[in-house]
Design a binder for this molecule. Structure first.
Ligand SMILES: Cc1ncc(COP(=O)(O)O)c(C=O)c1O
Length: 370
């Protein structure tokens, strides 16, 4: 509780006194989610390399490392640069990096960090090797296999073998193992149905592992898993690490699926700016500060209020007749429906402890989508 001790010394701002819209993180709930995931992973003897794309914040990445995460997963070269600059030593870019300038940026990070990238193409292996040699760096490589999602990744074991043999022969590259993300399973609502589909996907990745091992290759890392599947994939024999990200904050989409029990630790505080009709309150929070691709975010803690539509800078809140005491200037708390894309719209977190804002943390990798 070093953070809490430090905060006791600082001037406090009441949560009702910050300007809105504001992205607020509940410190104790965040810590509880991080600790809960860390202790689960210990119990199943699998490592955690949580995904940075959810919070994009080095302070939170370091809290995850302090709780036992072996490194951080990210999606983009720009995110990897932010992580490396903030002292994270083990980084997995769970994506293909193909542009020459980005490959050079990865090689530059590899000079002072253990960085691993995913590949599914022979030419890409050659390009990564050339950049690594030019900078006298060593880039770790995992082969991505498609395990049912239909996104990137090799489609059969022979492609994987050809790639693995090429990686092993390529100076500047270290072959690490396999990655497969079961993104088509993570949001299946019914737990048993999700488990069944996830196990099928897990089985596919382990077939790749066994095939490559039968050819004499050493597979150090088998990585995959998201917040919806962490408790299934982590138990599947052969997996070494899980990449879940959303568990740190949760959102209404993940709340709606069975068997994912973390706390809602991030929300938007907004203010009512207009009350033009008895049944309508307009808030200062629209689609420029929260996203709607997973459905309209939810008002929480204000009885009878339902967010119905988002405009650029406004949210339309329907008020049921019996609860029409919401006034201009009142605060409304909103739970994002998709936390990862919502976070990417903000510069900072307002970090809440009890009813006070104790700190702000920069969302340094906001907008780092290249
Ligand atoms: C490669 C990869 N790994 C892991 C995840 C897990 O994310 P979440 O915890 O949000 O389900 C994602 C989500 O998009 C992903 O693309």
């Amino acid at each position: 509780m070093e953070f809490i001790e430090k905060c006791k010394m600082l001037p406090k701002i009441h949560i009702n006194d910050i300007e809105t819209p504001a992205l607020v993180v509940d410190y104790l709930k965040l810590k509880s989610n991080i600790e809960k995931m860390a202790s689960f992973m210990k119990s199943v003897n699998c490592s955690l390399r949580p995904h940075f794309k959810t919070h994009k914040c080095p302070v939170i990445a370091n809290l995850q490392i302090d709780a036992g995460a072996i490194g951080i997963t990210c999606a983009k070269t720009g995110e990897a640069e932010i992580l490396a600059a903030s002292g994270i030593k083990d980084i997995l870019v769970a994506n293909q990096v193909v542009e020459p300038s980005k490959i050079r940026r990865i090689a530059a990070i590899a000079k002072y960090c253990n960085i691993i990238v995913a590949v599914d193409d022979l030419k890409n292996v050659g390009d990564l090797s050339a950049a690594a040699q030019e900078l006298s760096a060593d880039i770790g490589v995992v082969i991505e296999a498609d395990i049912g999602m239909g996104r990137c990744g090799v489609r059969n074991v022979n492609e994987a073998l050809e790639l693995a043999e090429r990686i092993i022969k390529s100076p500047g590259l270290s072959f690490k193992g396999l990655m497969g993300y079961e993104g088509h399973c993570v949001f299946i609502k019914d737990f048993e149905e999700r488990r069944k589909k996830t196990l099928e996907a897990n089985e596919k990745l382990i077939c790749y592992k066994e095939f490559l091992e039968s050819k004499g290759l050493i597979i150090e890392i088998v990585t995959g898993g998201g917040t919806g599947t962490f408790n299934i994939t982590s138990r599947f024999p052969g997996y070494t690490e899980i990449q879940a990200g959303s568990y740190v904050f949760m959102d209404s989409k993940y709340n709606s699926i069975e068997g994912v029990e973390f706390e809602n630790a991030a929300f938007i505080i907004s203010t009512v700016v207009s009350r033009p009709e008895r049944e309508l309150a307009v808030i200062d929070t629209g689609m420029k500060c929260m996203t709607g691709e997973f459905g309209i975010p939810q008002v929480i803690g204000t009885k009878g209020a339902t967010l119905k539509a988002l405009a650029e800078e406004h949210g339309m809140v329907q008020i049921d007749e019996e609860n029409s005491n919401l006034n201009i200037g009142d605060r409304v708390k909103i739970l994002p429906s998709h936390i990862c894309t919502t976070v990417n719209l903000h510069d900072r977190y307002y970090v809440k402890y009890n009813d006070y804002i104790m700190d702000t943390w920069s969302i340094s990798a906001r907008g780092k989508f290249s």
